[in-house]
Structures are given as structure tokens and as C-alpha cells.
Design a protein around this ligand. Sequence first.
Ligand code: GLU
Length: 617
Amino acid sequence: MPTLRRQVAAATAVLALSLTAGAVAIPAVAAPRQAEKTATATGYGGAVSTVDADASAAAIGVLRRGGNAADAAVAAAATLGVTEPYSAGIGGGGYFVFYDAKSGEVQTIDGRETAPATMPTNAFINAATNKPYSFAELVSSGVSVGVPGSLATWERALKRWGTLELGDALQPAIDVARDGFIVDDTFRQQTLDNKVRFSAYTPTRSLFLPGGDAPAVGSVFRNPDLAATYRLIAAEGTDAFYSGPLAEEMASTVQAPPKDPAWVPPAGAPATSIPAFPGYLTTADLAGYTTLDQDPTHVEYRGYDVYGMAPSSSGGTTVGEALNILEPFNLADMPTAAALHHYLEATALAFADRGKYVGDPALVDVPTGILTDPLFGKARACNINPATAAAKPVAAGDVSKYGDTCPVAPEAAARGTDTENISTTNMTVADKWGNVVEYTLTIEQTGGSGIVVPGRGFLLNNELTDFSYDSTNPKDPNRVEPGKRPRSSMSPTIILKDDEPFLALGSPGGSTIITTVLQTILNRLDLGMNVSAAIAAPRASQRNTATVTAEPGFISAYGSALAPYGHKLVPAGDAFTSAAEIGAATAIEFGRHGRMVAAAEPVRRGGGSAMVVRPAP
Ligand code: GLU
């Protein structure tokens, strides 16, 4: 059944005014996309939460037709590749976490991009200066493109847990790519934020800057090239992506990025803008890509079982360690500012350990078990002074010796009377059988590498900028190495209570993903908020740096109460994004008798889309 957006798109298609090689942008008289979005939906029979109404509708359609959560998640992911092309798609990767109602087990798929086999460890070092290039130089380059893992993840998820063929799961996305979607403020603004680099690459400019400008709000954006790419994969399977002409085109695009030779940086942009360094991706890298079936991380927190993504993501270990650090403290009984102080101190400690110990376990000995060991967390908790913020950065813990009794008794905590970057995308899906999917997928920076594969309708990732750039330190677990997966922060999380799903959640946001997921869990479990309020609440992120990144709403609500502890809050946002937001979470909470509350962002990223199969009366 077509969504409102697609009905409108079809009705207005005859008004097409301008055609470009890859896209059609036409004015529409449609209601803006936000009008169809609901941030909270309560009901039965299955639920979904994503950032986008078309993606949620794709998932709900699959669930209504009898598909399960894995089927619906793949349909939604493929649709996000159309409607959120700057955050996710087949040019990227991600992490898929699944609760299997039959076995009662949580299992995961690591679909992270990998460094090409011939990528040298000094790939990010400028030979002229012997210093690392900057992020700005690397991001819009072939050298930052890793071997994409999303499509292989979808195939693996369907094979392990789904019922649909890949081609059937792609169909809703093919429809949206062909018929178009209505451009909203977020899509236009994200295009404008990327206008300089998109204009440098000819195929990207043709697709996303038709007529030289970002598509107008309210116009219909169609991507027939992507529809054709999806149709090819639907007909021939993932081999049509990981081998053959498309693989050859991806490799040659990365090795010789299609920068317009006539392009000049606009006034005000540095002369070094878009150096378009060639990358190392080959057809052999693509043919050799595999996803990994992995056990999740697991910690217990206040009687709940919290499952997360093990390395190559640092999400599960860092969220898990922070929860272990916080377990001895009675956050619920503290004044809010005291609880937030503990939250900020716990994440600084956990980020110190993330930096020292976490990398791709295929090449690095990662102490995952120790980082998620409650005794290690308790030992790290000794470093929290309940009255004063520690000077940052704090030192990493010693995983070789810990477990002494903690001198900080939980009761010593203050007691009271009352109870960056916004790229990537996340989804939560559940079905009527009780299966649950938490899936975070990305092309890294909003707009990825900025490089569209000519004529194919999708952007390539810049995931390899998640490596440490200075690869000269052999002890850095996240240094560049050939065939390695860069450390991620993606934190798809499923929480069980008494062996049944209680809450599933995740978020985009680079390394702030970890703090967003953690803060949302604390809001829900410790601070008395319901799931919708837990997502909507203003956020702050302490990642072991001198200052705390915070949303304006957090600064105005808690800035003065946190100042006496010594926390310095600075507004979120960076040179690459115009939004001062942290994350864009999605979640589903599970109640009794099959009741589900799907929750999305009410405001961030223009608001998300929560839907249920059968709304509660
Ligand atoms: N590349 C990031 C990671 O894997 C995610 C990007 C983002 O959310 O901004 O951690």
C-alpha cells in the first residue's frame, strides 16, 4: 500500500519540470513529510521506529503481510538508503542485533566496512609533512572508503532469521526510489551542508544538486538510478554488487574519484578543499567481504540484562562498562544534577578504556570480557568523586589487575529527597512473534565520502576515517591496518527483563551514540521517565575531554547545577552540520500481553516515525 508521500509523489510526477542524469526534482503541493510522522505509537502485532515515515511504512507493510522483524528491518533499511541517502545505504555498513523469540537468545551481525587489503598503515599520513591529514582532507576522498557491508548484512539477516527473499525485501525501497519522496527541511539542509563537496564530484552534483541547488522543500525527489541498482540486486542477488560490473565501477570510482577537473573551491573555502585522494578498494576486496556472526556483549544493570554490539564496535563494551561503573550508585535517589554528574564521570572513564583497549578483534587482542566485567566496572567506579568532576582526560584502567574492594561505598554518594555530529541512522523493529531487531547503519559522515558511484544512485562511505589517523603508534588498537575494521561507536542495544524483551534502542551520532544510548537507558531505568520522555530529554556527552558537549536545552536546564562540580558544557555542533543536536534515537518498549510502545524523536532530525501494526484502542 503506497504511503501518503508516495501517493503524492505519483500524483505530481506529471508536473516534472527539470530532469537531470540521476534525479528528478519537481515542485509538489504536498503536505510536508513531518505532518505524517508520529513520535510515539502504542499498540500490538508489531512495531517500528525509524527517523523516516517511508522507512517505517515499509517495515509496517512487511509486518502486516506476515513478514517478521528481520524481514521488516531489511525493507526499512533499504528504504532508508533512498530517503536518508546521506546517512545510510548500500555504500555503507552497520551492526544488526536480533532477539530470537524462539531461542530467547540475542545474536548479532557485524556488517562493518573493512579497510582494503592493500591499504598501507600510513595511508592517512601526509608524506610531505610526516603528519596525519585532517578529517576535512580525508573525508571527501577515495582513501576513506571501506569495503561496504550493508548489503551483505541484509542478506545474512534474512538467511539467519528472515522469511523473505532479498528481492522481495527490497521492493518497497524500489517503489520509493522510483516514485520519489517529498523533500523535507532536514533533507534540504543536509544537502546544503554538503553543497561544496557534492558540487566537486560530477555524479554527486547531478544526483543531489539538480539545477545547481539542493532540492526544494516540498519537491519530489526521485532516484531512478538507485531503483535500477536495487532491481539488479533483486534479480541477481548480492553477487551483482560484490562482483561484476558494479564492483568494477565501485573500485575504479574509489581509485580515481570522479572530481570535476573544472571545479574550483567557492569563495571562502580553503584552496585545499576536496583533495580527492585516491583509495585502495579493489574488486578482490569486494569479492572477499564477509559479515561476521558474533555473540553480543552482556552486562546486568539493576536486574536487567543489557545486550550490545561487541568489537569491532566499541558500543557494547563502552555502554556496558559505564553501566557497571554506575551500578553501585543509587542514581534514582540522587538530585538530578548529582545523577548527571555520575553519568558524565562514568562515560569519561569508559571512554578512556575504549581508547586504550578497543579495536578490531581480528587484529587486536581486545579484553571484551574484562571491560564488561562488573568487578572491573566497580574498580573504575572508585575514581568517581561524588562532589567534583575529575580533570579530563582521565587515565585508562588496568585490565591486568583489578577486583579489589572499592573504597567508594555506594552510600557515600550524595543523596537527595527526590526520586556531534548527527550522521548515521538507526531503527528498532519488533514483530507479533516477539522477535526484535535493533539495527544501526551508516555511511559515516552525513553524505559519506561525498562520492556517488556514477549512474548507480548511491554514495560511498567514508568509514575509514573512524581509524586513528596517526598510525605511528603500534599500541593504538585503532590504527590503520589492511583488512581491518575501524572501531565504531554504534550501540544497538536490546534489554531483557526476566528473559523477555523490555527495551530495544539505538542512535546515530558518531561517538556520541554511546552516551546517547546510555543516557536514554538511565533516563528510563533510573530517572523515572517513560520511553518517549527518555528519548526527548536534552542530551550531554562526556567522552573524556576537557569540556562536555551538550544540547542547548541541556545547558539551560542543568548548566548552572553542574557548574559547581566543575563540568564545563559547550554547545553541540561542528563545522559539518548546522544542527546543535546529539543523536536521533529510536526505541521500542515492551509491556504485558504483547503491548509495544514505539518511540522516535519528537524534534531532532525533523522528528522520527513510530508505527505499530494494530494501534491500541
Ligand atoms: N562512523 C560512526 C561509527 O561507526 C558512526 C557515524 C555517526 O553516527 O556519525 O561509530
